[in-house]
Design a protein around this ligand. Structure first.
Ligand SMILES: Cc1ncc(COP(=O)(O)O)c(C=O)c1O
Length: 468
């Protein structure tokens, strides 16, 4: 096929593919799923070297005409391939094929330091590649000269405005663009909060909680005071009296999955007001609730006492490293100062893209679609457990990207993890021991990522816990 196609190309030094080349390689246009067919066919031809590196694609209009498909179908497939790095756009040349993946150097095993797979990670296949890349291109085209200098460390004003509106509508947050700081995810927001509180400050944290957040605050020199969590959320009257701040996950406690009970929400805000203390609301996955609309943020109850942290890591992708702090006005200056000296501000093109995504409604549409998929996948695990008659407690409401299956002992936890490893599950489903985020390591179970579950992997997890 390669020789045939190459023979038809007009200029061997700058190979140019025609619509006929593509038609010959891909065969007849199917009746349904034309976009997927075109994307997969082009992808296979590029990956297999049949469309060689440097070859120029016909214009989208020509290709659409030659294949008899809509031009939008062609550009959508091309956008996906551009996102994946299989095509690149060159000035005045249109789209060129980049070298096949197999000939590119692989990641350096020494310098690649990915975080271990976390149960709360979204399904990368749902990332809206085409929409995001279109928004990115448009956002970059619209940037003025001043936007290409060092950014406002507080965040792009247009993004802060869009976030204030989005958070008001979706989370009941009461704020304005001047009280928002754009950060590289909740994790960076926590670093800025830690710096603001100062080394040695006592910080109360939920027990069990997020192992990553606990470790982050510990490394930054805070003295951590664990607070028990029961089936109604954090037990507010057990917060250490020396604590200057508490970190909570009220919409969907991480990892146990319970929302904070209404009377405790009020109690928490009163606790903060009574002692000039701060509530740090980790709103990490609050937009993903499947059985009802999410519980509003407690920030809305007391904007002067609650500092809310959120990000797109659960709704879009943690790879974007984009998030926000919604701060009491008195703390904004310190946080912006911290952000300035941390990294001089977040990437302007990425911020502008998120702003456009929010403004156009693409973010809300994506989140609505993702909610349906994630709700179904979570249900697969509940079904698999029911099929096996498993009576282990499954904790948490229908929300987020993980759930917890409780086990009786450390030994049970170890054995369930070993069974999953033996079944090859770690490559396909993210699972962590519940004890990892437990200060006293006295709660056991599996924290299971539900975002990518299939019937098979759900059955694997159900079998591993049922056997215990
Ligand atoms: C409970 C919780 N808080 C915070 C984070 C950090 O999120 P980000 O990617 O926004 O830094 C995570 C990430 O998994 C999380 O699970």
């Amino acid at each position: 096929m390669l020789t045939v196609l190459m023979g038809q190309m007009t200029d061997p030094t700058e190979p140019r593919l025609t619509a006929d080349d593509v038609r010959l390689r891909l065969g007849a246009v199917p009746e349904r799923a034309v976009g997927e067919w075109l994307y997969a066919g082009l992808r296979a031809a590029i990956a297999g070297g049949e469309f060689p590196a440097g070859a120029r694609l016909p214009s989208s209009r020509t290709l659409a005409g030659g294949l008899g498909v809509a031009r939008g179908t062609v550009t959508a497939a091309e956008d996906r391939l551009v996102d994946e790095g299989m095509l690149r756009s060159a000035p005045r040349a249109g789209l060129l094929v980049t070298p096949p993946l197999t000939s590119r150097p692989g990641p350096d095993p020494v310098t690649s330091r990915r975080a271990p797979s976390s149960p709360g990670t979204p399904d990368p296949a749902l990332f809206p590649r085409a929409g995001w890349s279109r928004a990115f291109r448009e956002a970059v085209a619209d940037l003025g000269a001043a936007d290409l200098g060092y950014p406002d460390p507080q965040g792009l004003p247009g993004l802060r405005t869009a976030l204030a509106e989005q958070l008001r509508l979706s989370r009941g947050v009461r704020t304005d663009p001047d009280s928002i700081v754009v950060v590289s995810g909740v994790a960076q927001g926590f670093s800025l909060i830690a710096t603001m509180l100062g080394r040695g400050a006592v910080l109360a944290m939920e027990d069990p909680g997020s192992a990553g957040s606990i470790e982050l605050f510990r490394r930054l020199g805070l003295r951590l005071a664990p607070v028990p969590v029961d089936q109604r959320g954090i037990v507010v009257d057990r917060i250490d009296p020396l604590a200057r701040a508490v970190v909570v996950t009220p919409a969907h406690q991480y990892p146990l999955g319970v929302p904070l009970a209404p009377d405790r929400r009020r109690e928490l805000v009163d606790w903060a007001a009574a002692g000039d203390r701060l509530v740090v609301e980790d709103d990490y996955d609050a937009e993903l609730r499947y059985d009802r609309s999410p519980v509003p943020a407690i920030q809305g109850l007391a904007p002067d006492r609650v500092l809310l942290a959120g990000s797109v890591s659960k709704t879009l992708s943690p790879a974007l490293r984009l998030g926000w702090l919604v701060a009491p006005p008195a703390l904004v200056g310190k946080l912006v100062d911290g952000k300035r000296f941390a990294d001089l501000g977040c990437s302007v093109p990425e911020q502008a893209t998120l702003a456009a995504f929010l403004r156009s409604g693409a973010y809300s549409r994506h989140t609505r679609r993702a909610r349906i998929r994630y709700g179904e996948r979570r249900a697969l695990l509940l079904q698999a457990l029911a099929d096996l008659g498993c009576e282990r407690p499954v904790l948490g409401v229908a929300a987020g990207l993980h759930l917890v299956i409780e086990l009786d002992s450390a030994a049970g936890e170890r054995r369930a993890l070993a069974d999953l490893a033996a079944a090859g599950a770690p490559q396909r489903v993210a699972v962590q021991p519940l004890s990892a985020g437990s200060f006293g390591a006295d709660r056991f179970g599996l924290v299971v990522g539900t975002a990518r579950l299939t019937v098979d992997t759900a059955a694997m997890v159900a079998a591993a816990v049922s056997a215990r």
